[in-house]
Design a protein around this ligand. Sequence first.
Ligand SMILES: Nc1ncnc2c1ncn2[C@@H]1O[C@H](COP(=O)(O)OP(=O)(O)OP(=O)(O)O)[C@@H](O)[C@H]1O
Ligand SMILES: [Mg+2]
Length: 455
Amino acid sequence: MAKIVVIDDEPAMVEVIVTLCREKGHQVFPFNAPSKAIEQLDAIQPEVVITDIKMETMNGFDVLRHVREHQRQTSVILITAFGSAETAVQAMKMGARDYILKPFKIDELQTRIQMALDYQAAVGEVTYLRKELKEKHKLENIIGTSGKMQHVYNLISKVADTDSTVLIVGESGTGKELVARGLHFNSNRQHHPFVAINCSALPENLLESELFGHKKGSFTGAVADKRGLFEEANLGTIFLDEVNSMAPPLQTKLLRVLQEREVRRVGDNKSSPVNVRVIGATNERLQPKLKDGTFREDLYYRLAVIPIEIPALRERLEDVPLLVNHFLQKQASATGGEPKKIDPVAVDILCHYNYPGNVRELENAIERACALCENDLILPTDLPPHIVDHAHDSKTEQAIANMPVGLTLDEFVQQQERNYIEATLSHCDGAREKAANMLGISMATLYRKIEPKKK
Ligand SMILES: Nc1ncnc2c1ncn2[C@@H]1O[C@H](COP(=O)(O)OP(=O)(O)OP(=O)(O)O)[C@@H](O)[C@H]1O
Ligand SMILES: [Mg+2]
């Protein structure tokens, strides 16, 4: 059901339209005086305004102008008995959704109203999706407070709103695509396309026609002209993922596009300009490839105008608790309901792992744990066993590494014993009798053991 305002100084006409709209289940607000209607528009917030053009007191174009200025989401349908091509063009130019000539068939008006409402729904959906997209790509969604991540943020916020070419370097799962999207959706290109392509996913010739397009007949299978992704991304951003895997002949072509800012389709003899921001990503350092000649040095410098290095998760384990929280929230919003809780011991285990799969591996572990856990509390047993084992091993290793070496076994045992007695005493707030009881020894033994050693 939609809200529809109908304005015509001819009561019979209003009557017809109102009946028609009510039949369709809409809520109708009829007016004979345009000025009265305008006063009410803000309160009504209609989806559609249907107004006559020629009225005694006010022109339908004035209504249109008012709506365009004040109720920008509302569609206006103009109706007139004195139509001409010029008035139709003027109506559309001024932002009318539709223009109908009197006399019209009931069916026709009904269809036009439905079209306006469909358009309205589509606009609403686009607005909603844009908002959601923006929400999803907020820079705050890139989690991490470690010094290394702070450095990454600083770079991102400095270069997001520029046209600089960026090369993102990082191991698999470190968030390269997240950063690329963050850059695009926080730039002034955000309402234009973000086009991502994985350069390792296609054989060389297919990748070439994918990137630059082709002319019909330029090779077997090229049955029609095809726009390439650079053209698709015009005014927006192209993300060349795993650009390190691009074959040298294609590197040469990419270099030309970056230098000339124009693309030539495969099989074409003319180029056309493109306005695209380029972001590349690589999961290996390119320096060795520059040395052995498998990656063009000049292309490297074109791409890495701003290099952004994303640290591996194992180099910033202090970010793990924040990431865990973030993924618990993300899971909750994906499945509905409250975020699950996690036992501190489980968090500690997660902080002692080396994450060869980086943030993606942590995210998967949390997703798995959310599915497995009972009573909405994640316990160590809900974590992947290899993570638990690794944490255990690394803690044991750490403990071994921290052990004093050079003592006799007796000296070491005595030292440990003293430490343990002191811990128990402190637990008992210094109450020696209670501590002795807990330790299962007599008071005399306790005194003897904590007395400073006489040499
Ligand atoms: N700093 C971060 N904060 C929040 N989520 C992150 C972060 N880094 C990565 N992620 C999440 O981890 C997953 C992997 O990230 P992404 O796909 O961007 O990695 P990648 O570097 O492109 O990996 P690959 O090299 O395998 O393509 C995504 O779900 C992403 O949202
Ligand atoms: Mg990726």
